[in-house]
Design a binder for this molecule. Structure first.
Ligand code: APR
Length: 404
């Protein structure tokens, strides 16, 4: 930063600076503020964008317990809907796995994430929480010491330097926290070799379950979002643009892969959104670097096959909040010292199941053509047969599908 910039740089401070106002950052900010910790959330997007960014809301029981514990689940209980069944459709027919009736009878709550984020943000503001929208964090500096700082850029370009005691990176996989990690930070990365075309259809759900269609032409998925909007996924050729197919052709392909001729038609409607993304995942290790802590997508990214991202984000935020509160009110840093190992155990468990689920749903990636793909196909059939027939396997699935 040049001398003149330095002179123009405004200075701010907080005991804890939280980067990002997604599920992780907002839950963390709420719990810290409620405990009397001086914190601020720095969010690069506008309030409107944060509150309207449509994301899946597939909340696990543990997430609901955490939100309940802190009085943050009113909207979820009023408007969310319980989900406890998956329907697998394969060449052998379809079978329903009522995971909500297995194991501890745990179900998901379906509640669009933008609604949850709006509830959290409203609560944070109502309790007097500090947040700066349209404020992009550029870098975290001096995290190896006890006075880290965050440089930010406001909409008018004016630079600001925030000094803190701790910085919580909840700004996702492309945020400033990850960019500021020291060279010894390890990033475990895996590309499942699969690409999805995500579709948001203006149409009521066609199934009363989460639909997973396994087909030689590729995977197709169905997830109710609200009574009027449904999320579909199509396994997609990597490199083909998302708008390459007209709507009619997409619906015809969904019909084929979800075997609509055998199991009933899909409700068709306009696609409000289309987005293409590769199924990749990564984990940063460790999650603590001096006074900088990572949570949510900044800590690890999961492929969406089991919808675990937001659930891990809320769990990590509660754990980090408890550790920071102990450190700042009791001088006890034990929670902070154990934060990384504790959360990494949950993250790797979620990564393992998500990897298993991704391999179950998709033909071998293009790179595995040849003998590998026929072996993979036989393996997949065997897994599906076991999941269809074995109660023990179904209990294992239920525990991992809704567990975090
Ligand atoms: N400065 C400030 N804010 C930033 C920056 C930055 N440099 N980069 C990103 N952000 C903000 C984004 O605008 C977003 O609001 O950080 C927030 C990150 O929120 P999420 O992406 O929702 O991540 P997280 O809170 O970790 O939630 C994880 O929730 O979004 C779902 O399923 C998704 O798995 C994901 C989960």
């Amino acid at each position: 930063m040049t001398e003149s910039q330095n002179s123009r740089t405004s200075r701010e401070s907080a005991d804890v600076v939280v980067l990002g106002a997604g599920p992780a950052g907002l839950v963390l900010g709420i719990l810290l503020h409620a405990a009397g910790i001086d914190c601020v959330i720095l969010e690069r997007a506008s309030r409107t964008h944060v509150q309207t960014r449509a994301r899946a809301g597939f909340l696990a029981p543990n997430t609901v317990r955490i939100l309940d514990r802190h009085g943050l689940a009113d909207g979820l209980h009023r408007h969310g809907r319980r989900h406890g069944t998956c329907e697998f459709r394969t060449e052998e027919g379809r079978f329903r796995l009522d995971y909500g009736a297995l194991g501890q009878g745990a179900q998901h709550h379906v509640y669009p994430q933008q609604n949850l984020v709006t509830d959290l943000l409203t609560h944070y503001l109502d309790i007097g929480g500090r947040i700066r929208f349209d404020t992009e964090a550029l870098a975290v500096r001096d995290a190896d010491g006890t006075r880290p700082s965050v440089t930010t850029r406001a909409p008018d370009g004016r630079p600001t330097r925030w000094t803190a005691r701790y910085v919580a990176g909840c700004d996702g996989r492309h945020g400033a926290a990850r960019r500021s990690l020291p060279p010894d930070a390890v990033r475990h990365h895996h590309d499942h070799g699969v690409t999805w075309l995500g579709l948001l259809a203006e149409t009521p759900p066609s199934l009363d379950a989460v639909g997973y269609a396994i087909h030689d032409r590729g995977f197709a998925g169905h997830m109710a979002r609200t009574p009027e909007v449904t999320r579909y996924y199509l396994q997609w050729q990597r490199g083909v643009p998302a708008d390459a197919w007209p709507e009619q052709r997409i619906w015809d392909e969904l019909d084929v892969r979800m075997r609509a001729a055998d199991h009933g038609p899909l409700h068709r409607g306009a696609f409000l959104e289309r987005g293409m993304f590769d199924l990749t995942c990564d984990v940063i290790e460790p999650l603590r670097h001096g006074s900088l802590f990572l949570a949510g997508d900044a800590a690890s990214l999961l492929a969406p096959a089991a919808a675990k991202g937001a659930n891990l984000a809320v769990l990590e935020a509660e754990i980090l909040a408890g550790a920071l509160i102990d450190a700042m009110t009791l001088g006890d840093e034990g929670g902070l010292d154990g934060y990384s190992d504790q959360c990494l155990a949950y993250i790797w468990r979620a990564q393992e199941f998500t990897g298993w689920m991704t391999r179950l749903l998709h033909a071998a990636p293009d790179r595995d053509e040849g003998a590998g793909s026929s072996f993979h196909a036989a393996l997949r059939r065997s897994r599906l047969t076991s999941l269809r027939a074995s109660r023990i396997h179904q209990e294992w699935f239920a525990e991992n599908y809704v567990g975090v």
